[in-house]
Design a binder for this molecule. Sequence first.
Ligand SMILES: Cc1cc2nc3c(=O)[nH]c(=O)nc-3n(C[C@H](O)[C@H](O)[C@H](O)COP(=O)(O)O)c2cc1C
Length: 677
Amino acid sequence: MPTTDMTQTEPQASASAPPSRWLRTFREAGPGSALLVCFPHAGGGANAFSAVAAALPEDIGLLAVQYPGRQDRRAEPCAEDVAELAEGAAAELVAYTGRRLFLLGHSMGALVAFETARLLAKRDVVARLFVSAARPPSHDWQEPDLDGLTDSEVVTGVRRLGGVPEPLLDDPETVSELVRVLRGDHRALRRYRAPADAVLPIPVTVLLAEADPKNSASQVRDWARHSTAGCGLERLPGGHFSLTDAASPAVPLLTRYIREEAQPSQDLGDALDDGKGAAGVRPAASAAPADLIKEILLAGLRGSRPPLSTDLTRLEDAAREVLEPNAFGYVSGNAGTGVSARNNREAFDRLRLVPRMMRGTARRDMSVCLLGRRLPSPVLLAPVAALGAVHPQGELDTVRGAAAVGLPFILSSFASRTLEEVAAAAGPEPRWFQLYLPTERPVAESLVRRAEASGYTALVVTVDAPSFGYRPADLDAAHSPFLQGIGISNYTDDPAFRATLPPDADRLAVLAHWAGTATDPALTWDDLAWLRRFTELPVLVKGVLHPDDARLALEYGADGVVVSNHGGRQLDGSVASLDALPAVRAAVGDAAPVLLDSGVRTGSDVLKALALGADAVLLGRPYVYGLALGGQHGVEHVLRCLLADLDLALALAGCACVADVTAELVSPPGDPGMHRP
Ligand SMILES: Cc1cc2nc3c(=O)[nH]c(=O)nc-3n(C[C@H](O)[C@H](O)[C@H](O)COP(=O)(O)O)c2cc1C
């Protein structure tokens, strides 16, 4: 039960601010400066934010919303619903168009701030929404009906959460006022229902206090479903009222976000940069990938840190915090004992690089030519099914993030958005389509024709999944995103697929039919030859580990192969892709491209794969975790980090371009890490 704070002093009236019904100005902070706009909890008033205002640095202004029915608006009745509060605040915030607004809502205030941000979305004034001690709008908050409780029962709830000094709770007048306001606010809160389309185009940061009895990481994770621009979690010490405590532990964090996003000062950027152009927070179009390092460090001087770790191996743990457990199990899970996935990492870790010095690597070219097209770097995004289980914008945010960096996204057959929707989101950037050959040939043909018509420039036929692997993480939870209908969008409206269904098929019948036909355990190489005959698109065969399979793939018409053990998700005890790579490359020769995935996490991993004969690599789970943590921006962050790491690794290894990365780069004979083809 949110509580009130009726003890604090009034904000200073600002000489420049117009008289306002809804907004109290704690500090204007000068024209053009960023403004933090605070929305109080149920029972609370604008003054709840006086400690935050006092602790914020002077370059950030602070306004707090005053709801009717309390403090200087005591004479007015409390609002009937959250929408009324949001409309009041938004109507006055419009006057601040031209400033960068950061909305901060505490407890019930988070819903009001969220609805206010929705109302202001078209005006593009709100840079970020911070929500504290609050469950997502789509959740039932399960607040008690205070009209059915006695005053002393209400006060017991207030005591449990803290936030009101104990002596005030012994004062009958304060208690009666507090209970009146709380009852009014709770009526508005209980009436609130998030609209179905309640998604913001701005990033959201969730502030979660470690000892908040009302909110846990699992209860707040669905905030991610309400933003298309990414959602991150920040932890605070303390309880439900940690944000507004006198110690204000959130202030350094709020300051960092606001300074980073409130139009960085060009002068400062110029002064700090060593004369080669301003280093803003966003990358310059012409910047080398490794310039990301300079950008991050310069932004650090302005008080900001990257929103996600630059160590991509740490994103799995971070994603565990924000993903619903079944979704996390689906993405992170492996086949059986997980040894195949461990083999992948062990193979990368075992191999040693022997860098060369003094080779003039000031300018590097990471581009590669693949299937007749030049790509900016030897990295693609691996096909991953059902990305809608990870983020509401799933494949759309992924392809947008990939397009921002210029890397091709390989769309899975089992996507949660149709291949046409994804093509539209990709714009002119390259995209490939991964095909699971279904039992029904007309369905395969229809999918391929649609991919051709939608501008996909290559097909990746996955052959290591005649059935899904034995994955205890999914089985223990008796969970699969597909059973919820996530990941079958390419089929449900496909005319050839629909033609194979009985006319009266209900949802379950559609799912059962899809599950029984979407992959084909009876496939042989002849099926590849059939595919080859009816499409002009280049075809790569994914999931090859044995050199003879690589030879057969080419013999039956493939244009290249992807060495992969599916990230360790199919056959338990499988050889690592990296260990299988040299023999596959030897079998294929120089005639066709060989790509590799499974276990790639760093720039040095990419270098090792290139040194052992790969033309390019596919990145798997790291970008999926980026998607979970930050939508499109999360994907972009992961890709930019990997490319910066790779660019730097090339320089440090003495390679000016990808062609310079040869078997000579891996450790010499006699070393236990020796892996030359
Ligand atoms: C959740 C998940 C779903 C996947 N879905 C597909 C798929 O639909 N088609 C496919 O060919 N590979 C799929 N893969 C395998 C990836 O394409 C890739 O081979 C693997 O993720 C690489 O390993 P890594 O995650 O260790 O980088 C999936 C992998 C994951 C983690």
